[in-house]
Design a protein around this ligand. Sequence first.
Ligand code: CP3
Length: 345
Amino acid sequence: MTEPPVQKSILQVLGGHRQTVPPVWMMRQAGRYLPEYRALRQTAGGFLDLCYSPKLAAEVTLQPIRRFGFDAAILFSDILVIPHALGRDVRFEAGEGPRLEPLRDPAAVSALRNEVDHDVLAPIYETIGLVKAALPPKVTLLGFCGAPWTVATYMIAGQGTPDQAPARIFAYRHPQAFAQLVDRLVEASSSYLVRQFEAGIDAVQIFDTWAGVLPPAEFQQWCIAPTQRIVAKVRERVPDAKIIGFPRGAGSNLSRYTDEVAVDAVGLDWMLDLTFARDAIQRKKPVQGNLDPLALLAGGAALDRSVDAILAALTGGPFIFNLGHGILPDTPISHVEQMLKRVRG
Ligand code: CP3
């Protein structure tokens, strides 16, 4: 007789089943707030070299699981491996964030390669196998990609920008060329996510970090529609693929995203009203979120209060505790421990 398989609490929630104690993980949980990450990072050369080194990337993926016992491990990589695998030059300068060769005009978009080079991404698929073999069976292994809009903002500007103005202007001036770029990213991201599932990933998150700058019509065109297409394409190949959507800053557009994009759960940012989150979003789909990363950084009574308000609002339905965006590098380890204690009781 074989043992019944161990249940992964996050997959349970993604299937619509409320857990008595909500499962918890943190966006950017593998990263610079961890001394063990900073130590390993120094030995690894460039940031992309680390993403493409299966043994090291697997180790970094597992670090927060060992230290905190989170309910999910998120694959250590970056959303900008997709532009890299589309043949663009991508670098991470120390202390400066990403630098890409910008797409300056429609001609540059037309000249992009049609398909991602999976040979470039192969080390990432290998990392998934290594993590899978080392992970406790109750821990969910999450893969991810950036949503087309968010990845496009970096490809057009060549770097992070405060208001994503270069991509917004490009999309207004050259809607056809911008649509062509988004089409390439839909193709690239879907085939990347399918490969992640084939390599053993349990569920994926689609990060639309910059969705919040789009007016409603553009939110429909550049956030909702491309994400719908990715979800459909992934499910053509992986029919039961579990997918979390995170359109950060969507605000009142979040109802439409929840209704129209067939994700299994919706990630909430920290700005979202909790009553709206419960009544308008969680009534329809499982939700994940949404502690303010700065409340976690600040700690103390404000952290307890923020955690309690989220638990009070959202634990009546299917819910995964998380931050409302990535953990900040200056966050003390003890604050993460305080948060976990409070969530797990
Ligand atoms: O969540 C995890 O722990 C998994 C790994 C992960 C990273 N980036 C590692 C990383 C994930 C899921 C991402 C997603 C990502 N990358 C997003 C979407 C989510 C978000 O945070 O908004 C975006 C917009 C990026 C692009 C990116 N990568 C930027 C803007 C930067 C520089 C700024 C920063 O936060 O450092 C990165 C670099 C990066 N990605 C680091 C890590 C651990 C730091 C690099 C280093 O160690 O020097």
